[in-house]
Each structure stands twice: as structure tokens, then as C-alpha cells.
Design a protein around this ligand. Structure first.
Ligand SMILES: O=c1[nH]c(=O)c2[nH]c(=O)[nH]c2[nH]1
Length: 295
């Protein structure tokens, strides 16, 4: 039998590192809180097939590198995209490594009461970054997940296709809620990443609020075009948004009317609405997103 080793990758996952910036004794401290995963692809067939580990950079060394870079990469550490780029560049120097992927979850902390060294964790969302380095160049995908937003009106859903299983009643006034997962690919590497992230976050929440919605699909389009307007380096944005259904409860049994006031917030199932909004037809982001084990 001759079997074939397909795509493989390895590295250290979820190195959770918190870096305090406290160089200036008179200045307030800053922190970043990153969960870093490194995945290496390359000439690692022997590690699997013959058991020879001569080319394997240990996952333990990957972890050590992340921690050391949290100190030595200087200002690059302050933004997850630049930290990911520094790490990817480093691992790409290992001769047998052909592709490096660095995924970072960045947990936002806010200064507490303007205090110089006390912080409150902001659980509104998690910022995400995927840096991929291959063939001497890197791609950067920024993102966020778990950004839960809701509007109490200015959302309709009607005029949809009907078949014999369609029971949903059309509505011209409903709650719309979702937990936004978004990833956006940049076509530049010299970006002010934090400024760009803030602009995208503002575009997403701003357009979700302002745009009158005829469906969650319609809202995704509005959010996507707002992101492209707000962030010049973004070539495309991908959304994955569960429709967090809020069903109006029938209170007539109790002699009460209910004008879209009392709802059951349903957990599952949920509609899952996903879309990519691109700056143009020519945008090519091949290999930039992390699809898991596949290329
Ligand atoms: O915004 C929506 N999009 C849909 O595709 C859909 N389908 C559904 O049952 N409710 C909704 N709402």
C-alpha cells in the first residue's frame, strides 16, 4: 500500500500572553492581551512518515518565541496585526517552513476611571487577526467576533419566496439582533492598524444602527459597504451573522395586548446569514483567511 500524506500543519495554539508597557515610570501603564496561535507548514513529511523529527521546530519553541517577542518586538506588540507580522516574518526564516499562519485573538481592556494602572475588560467583542506569510510576503486579515447588536425597530422582512412549508408571517416591524463575526482583508501592510480597526468597528455599529433593514442580508450589505467606505486598505469584508430571533409573545390569553414589546429571545435554531462584500471583482484574497487545516 502506498498512502499519501496530505496537507499538514503544526504549531502552538493559544499562547495567552499579557504584555504591560511600563517603560516610563511617570507614564500610565498600557496593556495588550493576546491569545496567539502559530501554525507552520513546510517540509515536515518525515516527522509524520518516518518519525524523524530533525526538521521540526518544537511547538514549545513556538510558544517561547511568542513570549519573547512580546518583550522584544517593541512597538509592534501594541497592535495585534503588527505583532502577527513580526512573528510570521521570524518563523518564515526557518528554512523548512514554507508557510506561517499566525492567528491572534486580542481581548480589549479599557482604562478604569482614568486610573494609570487599572483596567476593565471590555467584553463587547473579541478582535481577531490572521497573518499568513508565504513566498516572502504576508497577508493581513483583521476581524472581530461576538459583537452583539440589536435594534428594536426599522427592520422588516416580507415579500419572500413561499413554498408549501412556508409558515413565517411577513412583518414590517421587528427586532433585529445578531452577533457579528467579521473578517476583512487588507491590500496594504503599512496600515495604522488600531486606527483602521476603530474605523471599521464604528462603520459596523454605525451602519447597523442607521440603515433601515429589509432583511439581515440587506443589513450585511449596508455594513460591508460602510466598512469599505471607512477603511481605505480593506479590499473585502466577510460577515457571518446569526439572526438572533426575537419572537413576539402572544399575551392575548391574559387580556393583554403586545405591540412588539414583550419577546421571547430564542436561542436556536437561528438563521445564519453570511456574505462577502468586495471593493471590486478583481479582489483576490486566496490563502489569506484561515479555513482550518485546509489550504
Ligand atoms: O432577515 C432575515 N433573513 C432571512 O433570510 C430570514 N428567513 C427567516 O425565516 N427570517 C429571516 N430574516
Amino acid at each position: 500500500m502506498s498512502y499519501v500524506l496530505g496537507h499538514n500543519q503544526y504549531g502552538k495554539a493559544e499562547v495567552h500572553v499579557v504584555r504591560v508597557f511600563r517603560d516610563d515610570p511617570k507614564a500610565p501603564h498600557d496593556i495588550v492581551d493576546y491569545n496567539v496561535s502559530v501554525a507552520l507548514t513546510g517540509d515536515f513529511d518525515d516527522a509524520h512518515i518516518t518519525g524523524d523529527q530533525a526538521k521540526v521546530l518544537t511547538t514549545d519553541a513556538c510558544k517561547n518565541t511568542v513570549n519573547a517577542f512580546a518583550k522584544k518586538a517593541g512597538d509592534a506588540v501594541r497592535q495585534p496585526e503588527s505583532f502577527g507580522l513580526a512573528l510570521a516574518e521570524h518563523f518564515a526564516q526557518v528554512p523548512q517552513v514554507e508557510r506561517v499562519r499566525v492567528n491572534i485573538e486580542a481581548f480589549p481592556w479599557q482604562r478604569a476611571h482614568n486610573h494609570p494602572h487599572a483596567f476593565v475588560k471590555n467584553g463587547d467583542y473579541v478582535r481577531t487577526v490572521t497573518v499568513t506569510r508565504t513566498g516572502g510576503s504576508s497577508t493581513v486579515v483583521s476581524g472581530l467576533k461576538d459583537l452583539t447588536v440589536l435594534k428594536t425597530t426599522d427592520s422588516e422582512f416580507h415579500g419572500f419566496y413561499q413554498d408549501k412549508y412556508t409558515t413565517l408571517q411577513p412583518t414590517n416591524d421587528r427586532i433585529m439582533a445578531t452577533a457579528v463575526t467579521a473578517q476583512w482583508a487588507h491590500d496594504a501592510a503599512d496600515v495604522d492598524w488600531n486606527k483602521s480597526f476603530d474605523a471599521v468597528l464604528d462603520a459596523i455599529t454605525g451602519s447597523f444602527s442607521a440603515a433601515y433593514s429589509y432583511a439581515l442580508q440587506h443589513t450585511l450589505w449596508e455594513m460591508g459597504t460602510a466598512v469599505l467606505d471607512a477603511a481605505p486598505s480593506v479590499a473585502e469584508v466577510r460577515f457571518s451573522c446569526p439572526n438572533k430571533h426575537h419572537f413576539v409573545i402572544d399575551l392575548s390569553h391574559f387580556g393583554l395586548d403586545n405591540h412588539n414589546e414583550v419577546h421571547h429571545a430564542d436561542d436556536r435554531p437561528y438563521g445564519l446569514i453570511e456574505a462577502t462584500i468586495k471593493r471590486s471583482e478583481d479582489v483576490d484574497t486566496t490563502g489569506a483567511y484561515d479555513p482550518g487545516q485546509a489550504w
